[in-house]
Design a protein around this ligand. Structure first.
Ligand code: NDP
Length: 308
């Protein structure tokens, strides 16, 4: 973990960045920017000595009046996923990201959290490399990959024009104790509501889940890999896991039955070839079975059965 750095984080109230923000806050000056729609989360961050600052990506002004510009490291995880307005999602994510990079142009490293959702679909068990074809179709959230790909363009442009060393980390399925918890928690809530889990008509789709503890551990090494032009890396876990296998494991742990509904529209997760990430950031430390058990216990206290 870095020490004595000055770090700006966006998206720290969400699932992905909060664990990293809290870990970094122990030995660094950390500023978290966001709307803080949940005041409890802001209170928790401030109790840990983290500074919070109101910043709305969709604001008219850049929102950095009063924010220092001498940060050494930036983690940009905030996202507007959108609810149908493509124009808005592209503009908000690209412009806010550009303004943030311009404000932090003197940093040693800027990391933009992108997504596995911008890879074009291949065979369900295909392990995508960073060179695989991109595509922006998403049945479950059409604006999301479009906004992320547009923001990646802004990030690449500003990395080069500002000379700001940058990493674009395309994140796979993240899961952890904070925020919405990630795919296993979201789908478990559906199971509790008696809703089926969509799966392909044959076989299953695969992902490369990554616990937020591993995200926090690997972040400094991905900052160290920042470069101009931007370094692009698939940020997924070491294990490839089928969604049927994942949710069957969840069902065994909680005793809540899972109903799989084969169909044409699924979540559209993808599996990663994580060779580049392992070379840059080393191996993961949390296995998916134990990680999912811990995360379910955090989100659904008392529901998780002890191991026999
Ligand atoms: P969450 O939905 O949990 O959190 C979203 C974050 O974005 C919140 O901290 C929110 O802060 C912030 N935010 C949203 N709108 C604005 C705005 N207008 N201005 C300022 N801040 C805003 O997201 P995750 O933690 O799940 O995702 C974090 C990043 O990781 C995103 O970039 C996402 O695309 C990426 N990712 C996530 C994956 C996952 O499995 N979760 C998989 C792949 C990529 P607040 O509401 O307090 O302002």
């Amino acid at each position: 973990m870095p020490t004595g750095k000055k770090i700006l984080i966006t998206g720290a109230t969400g699932l992905v960045a909060r664990t990293a923000a809290e870990a970094l806050g122990e030995r660094n000056e950390v500023w978290c920017l966001g709307r803080f729609r949940d005041p409890e989360v802001e209170r928790h961050l401030r109790e840990r000595g983290i500074r919070t600052w109101r910043w709305d990506m969709a604001g008219d002004a850049d929102g950095f009046d009063g924010v220092p510009d001498d940060f050494t490291h930036v983690l940009h995880a905030a996202v507007e996923r959108g609810s149908g307005d493509f124009e808005e999602v592209v503009a908000v994510n690209s412009v806010a990201t550009g303004r943030l990079m311009a404000h932090c142009r003197g940093a040693e490293a800027f990391l933009f959290v992108s997504t596995s959702a911008l890879y074009a679909p291949r065979a369900p068990d295909h392990r995508h490399t960073e060179a695989d074809p991109l595509g922006t179709e998403s049945a479950w959230l059409p604006t999301y990959p479009v906004g992320k790909l547009a923001a990646e363009g802004a990030v690449r442009a500003l990395a080069v024009t500002l000379g700001l060393p940058t990493t674009i980390a395309r994140l796979n399925v993240a899961y952890g104790p904070h925020g919405h918890g990630g795919l296993p928690v979201i789908l478990h809530k559906m199971m509790l509501a008696g809703e089926p889990i969509a799966v392909p008509r044959t076989g299953q789709e695969y992902c490369s889940p990554l616990h937020t503890d591993d995200i926090a551990r690997q972040l400094p090494r991905l900052w160290a890999a920042a470069d101009t032009p931007a370094t692009v890396v698939n940020w997924g876990g070491d294990e490839v896991v089928g969604v049927r296998d994942l949710m069957s494991h969840v069902s065994r742990l909680t005793g809540v039955p899972v109903d799989f509904a084969p169909g044409d529209v699924t979540r559209g997760v993808v599996a990663f070839d994580v060779t580049r990430r392992r070379n840059l950031a080393g191996p993961c430390e949390t296995s998916w079975r134990e990680g999912v058990r811990q995360v379910l216990a955090a989100h659904f206290p008392g529901m998780v059965k002890p191991y026999p």
